[in-house]
Design a protein around this ligand. Structure first.
Ligand code: ADP
Length: 594
């Protein structure tokens, strides 16, 4: 309550008041004690003017300034007190400052009185003092400063100037600043916690537990909507929502709907649940849990409704506009993070499904290849027997048919072996031995020359002198050469040339197989090493193949600690395949033929 001051209580404090005016005093007046007897009236006028100027200056200040004696009684005060809504103050002399400010206060437990007493004590010890307080009677925040007046100015000893500043506005601004910093900090905390959580449940839980710092509630709940089931699921809630509003519970939409159109998809705030004429089933539950004030904010992600955040308190009208604003900010964060977590969850499940499908495909390829191996051996065996006439003489047509059968059985065998080798490389140890690269490559060229010439192609070999010997698995290295030369022949036109070059750097032994064939587009140079990848696919392609050869080559080279890549100037301009094996895999000493 603001203290009211009776204006009739004291006599007017005016400049013409005889108690405060120099003018009108007789020279024998005790107030003039110490002045010379022969002061002329013009001297009085000068003094009076100076006094009025000072009073006018002091009255214009926003601070309450007063001079008090050792007992704390006012000697002089400016008029600022009148602007503090205290009514008209008419006389202050010999009034205590506390009485002036709190006329009806007994002073027993008054903080202002205590502070002013402390000032008197400090003054008696010759010290200045200061204190700050919220004055509930004046409804102002006061900053009180007391300074001793230097003696020797004709004033009583221990006279003190007390300056009281009204710092309410400054304090209010400071408090607003503190609150907004606190809100920012808390929002930041919520954001961090939400980002650290990965499931919609974790996100909602993180938001609710931290929200309490900013919005004092009794019940808060995050409900997510499942459009497939057309149901709402409570994903997080504090313990005050009653059993029916706990996490894990689900509802159909109609339990939220009231006759007044309140529903989870729209924002609404209720001052007092108890005063509603029509309540929904959920509101009825909230009421029975003792909740009165309540608001609901829909969670919207990418313009889609995904759920709602509901907050309740047990006192009607409890929530302020600021609480609702904070609720909205948190709802925005929740919506974005929840949507991301939902998408992440979907992606993870899809990834797991894909992983399982790939695994199944892998296992099937392995199983089929394995199962094909034995029948292929048998087919090949009978083809050999038949071709050699061991099962009776064949006519020319039958001989040709057997030759075709043999070629295709060989292709199938190669394929099956490649698939199985690819798997084996991951698990089996390499059978390494020392290989003389020049001798090995010479043998490779000899073995391929007939086939290459039959295809109307030429092959040449360029080997640098003094190459270090290789420490490698010869079967696997032969497999690499088989695939690379096979491709070079397959993708080269009639009359083209194939070149094999070998050289060594300080770190690597390098092998390049170049052809003048159809070339490879630059964006496919890496893709061709992926399993089952082929540039020219489809039934109409002139080139057969399964797209496993280069994958196997790279796997073999990698198993030797080396690297493999392809280069091509472009389509129709030929390709070069490089194999680089580390010199650790090469032995500098005694080379021997592989
Ligand atoms: P395949 O030859 O059985 O299809 P590879 O893994 O050996 O399988 O090769 C994959 C693809 O890389 C080939 O289908 C082809 O498109 C391309 N390719 C490989 N070698 C060459 C080459 N020398 N010239 C042009 N393209 C090639």
């Amino acid at each position: 309550m603001v203290q009211r001051y009776a204006s009739a209580r004291v006599t007017p404090l005016t400049h013409s008041s005889p108690r405060f005016s120099v003018r009108g005093l007789a020279p024998q007046d005790p107030e003039l004690a110490g002045y010379p007897d022969d002061l002329s009236s013009s001297t009085f006028r000068v003094i009076e003017r100076a006094k009025q100027e000072w009073e006018a200056t002091a009255d214009a200040l926003p601070e309450l300034i007063c001079l008090v004696d050792a007992r704390g009684l006012i000697i002089r005060a400016n008029r600022t007190i009148e602007t503090w809504n205290l009514g008209r103050v008419v006389a202050v002399k010999d009034l205590s400052l506390h009485r002036l400010l709190h006329p009806a206060c007994t002073g027993a437990a008054c903080e202002l009185e205590r502070g002013l007493r402390q000032i008197r004590l400090s003054a008696s010890a010759g010290q200045s003092a200061q204190f700050e307080m919220w004055d509930a009677l004046l409804r102002r925040h006061l900053l009180v400063n007391a300074r001793l007046v230097a003696s020797g100015r004709g004033l009583s000893p221990s006279a003190t100037v007390i300056v009281i500043q009204d710092v309410t506005e400054r304090k209010r601004a400071e408090e607003a600043l503190r609150l907004s910093a606190e809100r920012l900090r808390a929002m930041n905390d919520i954001q961090q916690a939400i980002l650290a959580a990965h499931s919609p449940e974790g996100i909602a839980e993180a938001a609710l537990t931290r929200m309490l710092r900013l919005v004092p509630f009794r019940h808060a709940r995050v409900t997510l909507y499942d459009p497939d089931l057309n149901e709402f699921f409570v994903v997080a809630a504090d313990a005050n929502g009653g059993a029916r509003l706990r996490p894990g519970q689900s509802y159909r939409e109609d339990v939220f709907q009231s006759c007044d159109g309140r529903e989870p998809r729209a924002f609404y705030a209720i001052e007092d649940l108890g005063k509603l004429a029509n309540v929904s089933a959920v509101e009825e539950q909230l009421l029975s849990d003792g909740l009165r004030a309540y608001f609901n904010i829909p969670l919207i992600a990418e313009r889609e409704f995904i759920g709602s955040l509901a907050i309740g308190a047990d006192r009607p009208g409890w929530f302020t506009a600021e609480h609702i604003e904070i609720g909205r900010e948190i709802a925005d964060l929740l919506a974005i993070a929840t949507r991301q977590a939902q998408l992440y969850g979907k992606l993870k499940r899809a990834n797991q499904d894909l992983g399982a499908a790939l695994q199944a495909k892998e296992e099937m390829i392995q199983a089929v290849s394995h199962e094909l191996r034995t029948p292929l051996i048998i087919i090949k065996g009978y083809v050999d027997l038949l071709s050699e006439g061991m099962l009776g003489a064949l006519n020319q047509e039958q001989v040709d048919a057997m030759a075709a059968l043999d070629t295709h059985a060989n292709r199938l065998t190669t394929l099956v072996n490649q698939v199985l080798t690819l798997k084996e490389i991951e698990t089996t140890r390499l059978s390494k031995m020392t290989i003389d690269p020049a001798a090995w490559l010479g043998e490779v060229v000899r073995a391929w020359s007939l086939l290459i010439e039959r295809g109307g192609l030429r092959i040449s070999l360029e080997v640098s002198p003094n190459l270090p010997s290789l420490l490698a698995d010869p079967n696997l290295l032969n497999q690499v050469m088989y695939n690379l030369l096979g491709n070079a022949v397959k993708f080269s036109p009639h009359g083209g040339a194939i070149t094999i070059r070998a050289w060594a750097t300080r770190q690597e032994f390098v092998l390049a197989i170049a052809d003048c064939g159809i070339g490879i587009p630059s964006d496919k140079l890496e893709l061709i090493f992926e399993r089952f990848y082929r540039i020219h696919t489809g039934l109409n392609t002139a080139f057969g193949g399964l797209g496993i050869g280069l994958t196997l080559c790279r796997a073999i080279v990698s198993a030797h600690g080396g690297r493999m890549w392809a280069e091509s100037v472009g389509e129709g301009q030929g390709s070069t395949f490089y194999v680089a094996l580390p010199v650790e895999a090469a032995e500098q000493t005694r080379p021997s033929a592989g």
